[in-house]
Write a protein of this length. Structure first.
Length: 438
């Protein structure tokens, strides 16, 4: 892929209606992109069916949700949840009586982790067990789901699984340095990826964020064929990240957060969609803009592009509604005129030679650097400090807008998707919001 393939037109078609089925392939937690799609499915009157990753007991045993947990999950989703644990990844899997990959990482120390070696034959066995466990449970889920989808209905499968960081204390300390560290506390992301620890994490990211999409497409083949044979249409969406075009100066330009360690898995996700597309399956990865979520907050500075959305709202003829968003943001800052200072800080940030050096799409995902960390984390910390409250940030407000717009764009585009990998850049996000609120 030589460059981003942008969604340039607001989708006009919507085939989904009451009685059709929306399947959320990933659990609905807190704030995040999935909420935008679920809201669209609710408004369309679709039957909503979800799954669960299950829960871990103190000894690591994976179990279904309790009755109380299931009831809370279904109330949050607004639909039924198939209560078969679909925890992806293999970091907690191992042959009986042998250590899991997470337990293996427990022996690493902050002094020796860059040189410490892992038993890759054992890890390969753990990975096989984890994948087999997931696919066995997925077959059970699909058998149940098949009985919940009437003939002739349109079916929307929304893949939302992501992540895969093992819960190892040594990695949490390293991650704080890689993603949050400035000055002497900075840690090179490339050193992490070159270590056995990093290589294990990349494998687990692949299994959670990417390969689950392929397993979903394969395991739902019978449902897909029956639905299409009886007059329905089936589509698959997945959430990607591969940088975003935002307003820099007077034009939209591609930029990215670095180092986005999960980027390798996100590119694998794109390839899975492309392979399915070539087989005539409507599978699309939507590369969405940067937002703040419970999981993305580890990446300090990932939220900085959000401020440019304010300029895009005006650029795309948002009128009074766009001005109202600017005013709402002004009111979150502690001093009058502070928003102008913030916007100038963002403009200066993207004008630096450091950030220009990270504008190479073909080299993505690039490693971090001392200069990038000091610049990006410094800007993020300074802007947060300008707010009245740390719990009420401009980036929270703008994240909610991006979630709303991306949900609407993905939902409608999936009625007649134009390709297997599409970027939702700030121009189309702004136009969607302006159309909805103007």
């Amino acid at each position: 892929m030589n460059g981003p393939i942008a969604l340039t037109q607001l989708p006009q078609k919507n085939i989904f209606r009451a009685g059709d089925v929306f399947v959320l392939f990933g659990e609905l937690f807190g704030r995040g992109y999935a909420n935008g799609l679920v809201n669209e499915a609710r408004q369309a009157g679709m039957s909503i069916i979800g799954i669960t990753v299950g829960r871990r007991e103190a000894d690591g045993t994976l179990r279904p949700l309790t009755d109380e947990e299931l009831a809370a999950g279904e109330a949050n989703l607004g639909g039924k949840i198939i209560n078969v644990p679909l925890m992806a990844g293999f970091d907690m899997d191992a042959p009986a009586g042998t250590p899991t990959p997470t337990e293996m990482l427990g022996k690493l120390t902050l002094k020796t982790w860059t040189e410490d070696k892992l038993d890759w034959d054992h890890i390969a066995t753990c990975r096989e067990i984890g994948v087999a466990r997931f696919k066995t449970s997925l077959a059970q889920v699909m058998a149940t789901l098949d009985g919940m989808i009437p003939d002739g209905r349109n079916v929307f499968f929304a893949h939302t699984m992501a992540g895969g960081i093992p819960k190892a204390k040594v990695f949490l300390a390293i991650a704080n340095r890689v993603y949050k560290g400035r000055g002497d506390r900075h840690q090179s992301s490339q050193v992490l990826l070159d270590s056995d620890l990093g290589k294990l994490i990349l494998q687990n990211f692949d299994e959670v964020s990417a390969n689950t999409f392929g397993h979903l497409i394969e395991a739902s083949a019978a449902i897909r064929e029956r639905a299409e044979r009886s007059g329905g249409q089936v589509c698959y969406s997945a959430y990607g990240y591969h940088g975003t075009s935002i307003l820099i100066g007077d034009e939209y330009q591609w930029q990215t957060y670095s180092n986005y360690t999960q980027g390798y898995a996100k590119m694998r996700l794109e390839r899975i969609a492309q392979a399915a597309w070539e087989q005539g399956i409507r599978a699309t990865v939507y590369n969405c803009p940067e937002i703040r979520t419970n999981s993305s907050d580890i990446f300090v500075g990932v939220e900085l592009p959000l401020f440019s959305l304010l300029r895009a709202l005006k650029r795309e003829n948002g009128g009074a509604w766009a001005e109202a968003q600017w005013q709402a943001c002004r009111e979150l800052l502690s001093e009058a005129g502070a928003l102008d200072t913030v916007m100038q800080r963002i403009a200066d940030f993207y004008a630096t030679d450091v950030m220009k050096g990270y504008g190479n799409f073909a080299a993505w995902p690039m490693p971090n650097s001392q200069g990038l960390a000091d610049l990006m984390i410094g800007a993020s910390d300074d802007i947060v400090a300008m707010h009245k409250e740390r719990g009420a940030l401009i980036t929270d407000l703008l994240s909610a807008l991006v979630i709303e717009a991306s949900g609407a764009l993905m939902f409608r585009e999936c009625s007649a998707p134009s390709g297997p990998v599409l970027w939702l850049n700030h121009d189309i996000i702004a136009r969607q919001l302006n159309q909805a609120h103007g």
